[in-house]
Design a protein around this ligand. Structure first.
Ligand code: FES
Length: 106
C-alpha cells in the first residue's frame, strides 16, 4: 500500500498497488491532486515531484544525477527529501510508503 497526501492536504491510502508501477502512474490512476506527469515519466518535467517521508528515505534512496538536475528546475520547492514520482517504482520492500505531493514551482 501507499499513502499519499495531495497538494490540497487530503491524505489517502491506496491498497492493492501493482508491483512495478511508478508513484506518478499510481497518482494519475487514482486521481491524486497535484501530480501531472506531463512528460509521461521521462524524468523531463518535474510535475510528479513528491516529498518522501523521512522514515522511508533510506529505503527509497536519493535521486540520480539526471533526476537531481530535473529537481533543480523546481529548486524553489525542492527539499532534502524530494524525489520525482515517476522515478520511484513500487516493490514489495516499499509496501507502506508515505509521500506528500510537492506544490508546483512558481
Ligand atoms: Fe515528468 Fe516525472 S512525469 S519528470
Amino acid at each position: 500500500k501507499v499513502t499519499m497526501t495531495d497538494v490540497e492536504g487530503e491524505t489517502r491510502t491506496f491498497e492493492d498497488v501493482e508491483d512495478g508501477i511508478s508513484l506518478m502512474e499510481l497518482a494519475k490512476q487514482r486521481g491524486v491532486a497535484g501530480i501531472m506527469g506531463d512528460c509521461g515519466g521521462g524524468c523531463a518535467c518535474a510535475t510528479c515531484h513528491v516529498y518522501v517521508e523521512d522514515a522511508w528515505w533510506d529505503k527509497v534512496g536519493g535521486p540520480d544525477d539526471i533526476e537531481f538536475a530535473m529537481l533543480d528546475m523546481v529548486a524553489d520547492v525542492m527539499k532534502d527529501n524530494s524525489r520525482l514520482g515517476c522515478q520511484i517504482r513500487m516493490t514489495p520492500e516499499l509496501d507502506g510508503l508515505e509521500v506528500t505531493v510537492a506544490p508546483a514551482s512558481s
